[in-house]
Design a binder for this molecule. Structure first.
Ligand code: ACO
Length: 327
């Protein structure tokens, strides 16, 4: 049986750090509120000249170097993002050109904060079916470019980051992506939106005062959805793989809110020491969050060959899902 084995991981984050104390100077908020309600202490913010492809290229190069692969070996380059450089060309095509992955089919996948979970499942399907050998999967978002910096209920939450993973087809191993579950509920789409710039409100036809070019989020509804979606996806994927929480070495959830993560971990019966958290340093980096977490967990020695990792994500759409990976 062919398996999609993780060969390399990488990350790309802007150098500019914005702390909660910096935010206190621009909006009516304070470090104590943000820390208690979300777990966030600081986030990385792109410079005006930085965009999603820049972070992705850093992450891609690092993941390829760890995998020991030539960019020409990549068959598919998938970028999970909802804040790419442009409507088109895709961010994947920009990355493809920059790293010289001349043999890759390159495309973006839009599933908001679940963008990496979705992309990984697609990549796994291509590898298991024999349609691809090596796939570069990137999750990236630059939502700092789309928040309203006068809206304290959203601007404190988001940061910018990319993470990348190289998957390679291998036979005769039990390592690799074990199972995934993907779910969606479009009826909840109204709870998290960024409407401007698509075909409904094209930039060429609408004046600035006609629309909101910023992220809108119904925080309370999203919170309710997230708590049940995370637990639900984790239970489903473990059931599919025939394992229990005791088999999980590390839980790397989407880092949106520490309270959401802790309640999901409690529901599935995971002790604190198995939960990976870096939300304090980065905030919610949407599709960048899970691959950045996997990169840091690997770098810090929290993931050993053969360990089972559970990832889970949820976001605008609404979409949610989980992957189980044997590292
Ligand atoms: N600083 C200080 N006070 C604030 C701030 C702030 N930054 N933001 C809101 N408040 C105030 C509110 O005005 C309110 O005041 P009031 O009681 O006088 O009206 C009070 O704090 C409580 O506000 P709530 O919204 O009830 O706060 P809550 O505890 O629900 O936390 C939060 C809000 C953090 C946004 C939470 O609802 C949440 O995490 N939701 C989920 C977000 C999420 O996970 N998004 C992921 C998807 S994003 C994507 O896919 C792109």
């Amino acid at each position: 049986m062919i398996r999609s084995v993780v060969k390399g991981v990488g990350h790309g984050v802007p150098s500019k750090i914005m702390t909660n104390f910096d935010l206190e100077k621009i909006v009516d908020t304070n470090d104590e509120w943000i820390t208690q309600r979300t777990g966030i202490k600081e986030r990385r913010i792109c410079a005006p000249e930085e965009a999603a492809s820049d972070l992705s290229i850093w992450a891609a190069k690092e993941a390829l170097a760890q995998a020991g692969l030539d960019p020409l070996d990549i068959d598919h380059l998938i970028v999970g993002t909802v804040s790419g450089d442009f409507c088109f060309p895709s961010t994947a095509c920009i990355v493809q050109d920059a790293i010289g992955a001349k043999n890759a089919a390159s495309y973006d996948l839009g599933a908001a904060c679940a963008g990496f979970i979705y992309s990984l499942n697609i990549a796994d399907g291509l590898i298991r079916s024999g349609m691809a050998k090596n796939i570069l999967v990137i999750g990236v978002d630059t939502l700092s470019k789309f928040v309203d910096w006068t809206d304290r209920s959203t601007c404190v939450l988001f940061g910018d980051a990319a993470g990348a993973m190289v998957l390679t087809a291998e036979e005769g191993t039990d390592r690799g992506i074990m199972e995934s579950v993907l779910m969606s509920d479009g009826s909840g789409g109204k709870h998290i939106t960024l409407e401007f710039g698509g075909s409904r409100y094209p930039a060429s036809e609408y004046k600035r005062e006609d629309y909101s070019a910023h992220i809108y989020m119904n925080g309370a509804e999203t919170y309710r959805f997230a708590v049940s979606a995370l637990g639900d996806a984790c239970c489903k994927v473990m059931e599919k793989a025939g394992i229990t929480a005791d088999d999980i070495a590390l839980f790397v959830p989407h880092q949106a809110n520490v309270r959401i993560i802790e309640s999901a971990a409690k529901r599935i019966g995971l002790p604190e020491e198995k939960i990976f958290l870096n939300i304090a340093k980065y905030g919610n980096t949407s599709a960048g969050s899970i691959p950045l977490g996997l990169y840091e967990a690997d770098r810090d020695g929290r993931l050993k060959k053969g360990d089972i990792v559970l990832t889970v994500g949820f976001g605008a759409g609404l979409v949610w899902g989980a992957n189980l990976i044997r590292w």
